[in-house]
Design a binder for this molecule. Structure first.
Ligand code: HEC
Ligand code: HEC
Length: 506
């Protein structure tokens, strides 16, 4: 019996450990040490959001000195609870540079650092109330609730004025800043993987209820756009239903497959594109060559490709809040610094197919292995769509040549926060430096993307690393059906053989 108690007590302690750690407020002195090791280089020594890394991240790190917190489950004018802070610190903030600390700091360290950052708020936490958001009237998601929510989103609440008609964050009518004068874009609600604080209806209900302090996103519990509790649940259910996983990254997909098309798509909205499986490639800022770039806005590109006996086509689709065409005054107003460059995208390919799994240097190739860049930009209001081919053999060694000799064309469409660009090129050309496409070979492929209203131009843009393009051999009739037929005949033969054996023995 004694032995049992001996075992029982530690077990009991263990069971209560998480809540004990939670209940006991963190130790601010220990927290300061954690902070000075892990947090200060973004959030600054005194928590003013001005650490040495702050200039290179977008959005900027939070100023704990100002004690303006965005994500919480307390009423509008309240500060976040310790549990809110614990959740944000543990999970990090997707779509920003704020890391998830759950694997790097143990729970006690996380509570300690919370005690420290609250102290940096210069008394704000001692003065605040912490009245929780009331979730009790929850309305479960259903087609009916989502339909009601859509109506509220587009009319009564006017979420669309910022988040756009279909939620891609493209509704912005003017340049909007947060209270610190920094640029803040309405979230693209179709990209749920960029939500800072969760994308369930319950999370979104909390955002709509409390607003996102310090940013243009208001609370809908006050002012002329007040929503009832039930309406906030409907609109949250609708917003949560907008997620579009087609443009979400999937791990480990390195090959863009071009499929053989009996019938080649003739334009961007040709329904034949719907049957083609795409690959999502992540865009990363170009930080290798001068001038470096750290603050991108576009995140991923969906790439589709088809070919026939003569041509290859690419359909590139990406979300961009602003369709930047030079000379468009409405978009110019939204541009950083008032300057407006056209949006652009390029596909980089080697000039010759490498013999091994070798790739050119991905910043414009090198002397041994030059690259082609199939380039499009939005052009200007008077002259839409610029298409060009560039040859390059290393950074700064780039020449443009006419695209018609390669049968290269690029057309575009911008609608509701989405660019679609279709590029077509001849499979084989007589141009010396053109890549001659071949079936069944792995061809390195990389993208470069420019968001004009984000001041991206020249070397300031996003890129992907190298992927592989594979023109899948035009099977259909010959290769695939052939083994199928052989297998079928074998099965029949075996069956006949087995039957003949049985006969022989019966
Ligand atoms: C690489 C930079 C970086 C580091 C390191 C970093 N943060 Fe952050 N943190 C950010 C950014 C950026 C934001 C603001 C994101 C936004 O506004 O959407 C942020 C926001 C926060 C917030 C605010 C959450 C809210 O609801 O508003 C807390 C709390 C926080 N960080 C805590 C920490 C702690 C604690 C550490 C160290 C253990 C840390 N951060 C380290 C970049 C960083
Ligand atoms: C005046 C402009 C504006 C309006 C109106 C507006 N939002 Fe927002 N919303 C924003 C901005 C800006 C952000 C990004 C804030 C940030 O993280 O810095 C945002 C962010 C969000 C997020 C992201 C939360 C997260 O965890 O990342 C959601 C969800 C959201 N809004 C839903 C809504 C819904 C639903 C409505 C209508 C009921 C609405 N918004 C109305 C400007 C607005």
């Amino acid at each position: 019996m004694k032995k049992l108690i001996f075992l029982f007590i530690p077990a009991l302690c263990l069971a209560y450990l998480p809540s004990v750690v939670h209940g006991a407020a963190g130790n601010a002195e220990n927290g300061k040490k954690v902070y000075e090791k892990r947090c200060w280089w973004c959030h600054g020594e005194k928590g003013e959001g001005n650490g040495p890394a702050a200039a290179f991240v977008n959005p900027p790190p939070r100023s704990f000195a100002d004690a303006v917190y965005k994500f919480k489950t307390t009423q509008v004018d309240n500060l976040p609870t310790d549990d809110d802070l614990f959740r944000m610190i543990s999970n990090g903030m997707p779509g920003t540079s704020m890391p998830a600390w759950a694997d790097m700091l143990n729970e006690a360290e996380r509570w300690d650092v919370i005690a420290h950052i609250k102290k940096l708020g210069q008394g704000a936490f001692e003065e605040s109330k912490f009245d929780p958001v009331d979730y009790s009237g929850e309305v479960a998601s259903s087609p009916d609730s989502i339909a009601k929510g859509k109506e509220i989103f587009q009319k009564k609440a006017g979420c669309n004025e910022c988040h756009g008609e279909e939620g891609r964050g493209d509704g912005i009518k003017a340049m909007k800043d947060d209270i610190f004068g920094k640029r803040v874009w309405p979230r693209n609600l179709t990209q749920q993987w960029t939500f800072r604080a969760g994308s369930t209806p319950k999370d979104i209900y909390a955002r709509v209820t409390t607003g996102i302090p310090g940013t243009p996103m208001p609370s809908f519990t006050k002012g002329n756009k007040t929503l009832t509790n039930e309406e906030r649940w409907h609109v949250a259910n609708y917003a949560a239903s907008l997620g579009d996983a087609r443009k979400m990254l999937k791990e480990g997909e390195k090959v863009v497959k071009a499929v053989f098309a009996g019938q080649f798509p003739t334009e961007i909205n040709d329904p034949k594109w719907n049957a083609v499986e795409g690959r999502v490639l992540p865009l990363i800022p170009q930080i290798i060559a001068q001038e470096r770039f750290f603050t991108p806005t576009n995140t991923t590109v969906l790439v589709k490709s088809v070919f026939d006996k003569n041509k290859i086509a690419f359909l590139l689709e990406w979300d961009d809040r602003t369709g930047s065409v030079a000379g468009d005054e409405a978009v110019e107003k939204l541009s950083e610094g008032g300057e407006l460059n056209p949006d652009a995208i390029g596909i980089q390919l080697p000039q010759t197919i490498p013999t091994s799994m070798q790739k050119p240097y991905f910043g414009h190739g090198d002397k041994e292995m030059g690259v082609n860049m199939l380039y499009w930009n939005a052009g200007s209001k008077d002259k839409k769509d610029k298409a060009a081919i560039y040859d390059a053999g290393g950074v700064g060694n780039k020449t443009e040549r006419p695209s018609d000799k390669s049968g290269f064309t690029a057309t575009s469409q911008y609608e509701k926060g989405v660019w679609k660009v279709m590029m077509v090129r001849d499979l084989k050309t007589s141009e010396k430096t053109d890549l001659q496409f071949e079936e069944g070979k792995f061809i390195p492929l990389a993208l470069a993307n420019w968001d004009g209203s984000n001041l991206e131009k020249g070397s300031k843009h996003t890129i992907t690393t190298w992927y592989w393009l594979l023109l899948e051999p035009a099977v259909g009739n010959e290769i695939y059906t052939y083994p199928g037929a052989v297998a079928f005949i074998l099965v029949i033969a075996q069956f006949l053989f087995a039957r003949s054996q049985r006969r022989n023995f019966s």
